[in-house]
Design a protein around this ligand. Structure first.
Ligand code: NAP
Length: 481
């Protein structure tokens, strides 16, 4: 039985007591675990102390949910604590958390000694999959911790900015950018505090369900501006019986928000649409057109942003292909991957949306936006794999057969794929950048540079390694002091 060692180290620009207090609250574990792992805290007694038992549920692999019980072996505030797996997927798991006050803040060190069950089979699973999954989980944790403790500017006349969809990929990045610039951010969510994730604690959450209007217009009281970046759960795979459709959420939801914003006296609207929105397009882009129409006709100065394919550390599209590569040893595609796309980096979208809130040049404008390069889907995935250091073949798929196979899946409550979803994924997405760049000049991030900020093995705010002595390919990455 081999014992493995994971080490992660990160510097946070906050005092040790504050950082320790965050980690000493087990309810924060769900915030820093990748959403795909479906983490759920089951224990109600969670006051940290030696001997405390904590139960949670996780999904280590898609479709496989299991219980994990750990207990707190040592607890020494603010220097550290140790949790040990009592029952769970590993044969053994001992996780030491250490906190050290250093120049510039607090260094967080995680050391985990773990082993897998099933002898050689477990070791094979470790080589093929577990190792890379663990590295990815700890990189995600590090990025989330950095976001939660991110500093914000102090400015003279901050706006109060609402972000509908601020718990999601695009809205979350916009909320972070708007807060970084010194504005006060209020995020509208229909899930409540469990959806907070990487949003810092000074971001207020207000309950709004855009499909029923619950919480509106009161939740918009006092807002100077509103950003709308809505999508239904598991988009673009619709589940009509559960009301998860483009028309119900993107179209009708935005109509409700625009009407409520008008009656609440909101002074500016920024809407995240999609490249292709048109009255005669497929129904997902017709829904976007309906939403755009509500925004245009609201009487509120607006900016409509129509992005192509957005990529970034928290996207669920390009990252899904990388997830397949880690899990399956190959990257399956839903067509031949020849469609042309101009992928745009999430930071560029966040900056544009934040500019749209205040820049007079953006008022009452519709901007199409993509990245600076147009490439085939296959080439984009190839570059992402190369930068992530993953060698896997890309396996093209026959779109008509995949759509046929996806047909019965529409009966599932949360279909992993639908025939329409396949068409959505396979559609080209390119734009004319001229009108945006003429009016709001800016440099857009080249694909390789954007991908490198989060996919390169040494990228990110932490150094993370597993068995570095046994792995000659691991080089010493630059880390916190
Ligand atoms: N991702 C891309 O590549 C891309 C490209 C072009 C355009 N866009 C546009 O960007 C927007 C956001 O996309 P995304 O990728 O960020 O989606 P996402 O990560 O799934 O986020 C969707 C957001 O919508 C909110 N939401 C869903 N149902 C709601 C309800 N009933 N009431 C209130 N809020 C609700 C969710 O909040 P709660 O669950 O917390 O309530 C969540 O914050 C979409 O309009 C999309 O068309 C995205």
């Amino acid at each position: 039985m081999a014992t493995h060692h994971l080490h992660a180290s990160q510097l946070i620009n906050r005092p040790i007591d504050e950082v320790f207090a965050f980690f000493a609250r087990p309810e924060n574990l769900g915030r820093i675990t990748p959403p795909a792992m479906g983490f759920r805290q089951l224990s109600t007694d969670i006051a940290m102390r030696p001997g405390l038992e904590l139960d949670h549920r996780i999904r280590p692999l898609p479709g496989i949910s299991m219980r994990w019980r750990s207990w707190i072996e040592t607890y020494d505030p603010p220097n550290g604590f140790t949790d040990v797996q009592a029952r769970g997927p590993y044969r053994s798991w001992v996780h030491r958390h250490r906190f050290t006050a250093v120049d510039g803040g607090t260094r967080i060190d995680d050391d985990i000694e773990y082993s897998l069950p099933l002898g050689p089979l477990g070791e094979m699973a470790h080589r093929l999959n577990v190792r890379s999954q663990l590295l990815e989980i700890f990189r995600h944790r590090a990025r989330t911790i950095e976001a939660i403790f991110a500093p914000a500017s102090a400015i003279d006349h901050p706006l109060t900015v609402g972000v509908a969809g601020g718990t999601g990929f695009v809205g979350g990045a916009i909320a972070a950018e708007v807060r970084r610039r010194g504005h006060r951010v209020v995020v509208l969510t229909h899930r409540g505090d469990e959806a907070r994730g990487p949003l810092p604690d000074d971001v207020e959450l207000r309950h709004v369900d855009v499909t029923t209007g619950e919480g509106l217009p009161d939740a918009l009281a006092g807002m100077d501006a509103l950003v709308v970046a809505l999508a239904f759960r598991n988009s673009p795979m619709e589940a009509p019986r559960r009301g998860l459709t483009f028309m119900a959420v993107d179209a009708a939801g935005t109509e409700r928000l625009a009407a409520a914003a008008r009656s609440a006296g909101v002074g500016r609207l920024v809407y995240l649409s999609g490249a292709g929105a048109a009255p005669d397009a497929r129904h997902w882009f017709r829904a976007k057109w309906r939403a755009e129409t509500a925004v245009r006709e609201s009487g509120i100065p607006f900016t409509i942003i129509r992005p192509t394919w957005i990529y970034g550390p928290r996207d669920v599209s390009l990252n899904r292909f990388l997830g397949f590569a880690r899990l399956l040893q190959a990257v399956p595609m839903t067509n031949l991957g020849r469609q042309q796309l101009a992928p745009v980096f999430i930071d560029d979208i966040a900056r544009l949306a934040a500019d749209g809130l205040v820049d007079p040049a953006a008022a009452n404008q519709v901007f199409e936006v993509g990245g600076p390069e147009t490439l085939s889907m296959r080439e984009i995935i190839r570059r992402a794999l190369r930068i992530a250091g993953i060698r896997r073949p890309i396996v093209p798929g026959p779109a008509p057969l995949i759509k046929l196979a996806a047909l019965p899946l529409v009966l599932l409550p949360q279909p992993p794929l639908t025939p329409d979803g396949v068409d959505f994924i396979n559609a080209p997405a390119t734009v004319a950048l001229g009108p945006l760049l003429d009016r709001m000049p800016r440099a857009l991030t080249p694909l390789d540079a954007g991908l490198a900020t989060y996919l390169a093995p040494s990228a990110g705010p932490a150094t993370v390694s597993i068995d570095p002595m046994a792995d000659p390919t691991v080089r010493a990455a630059p880390g916190p002091a």
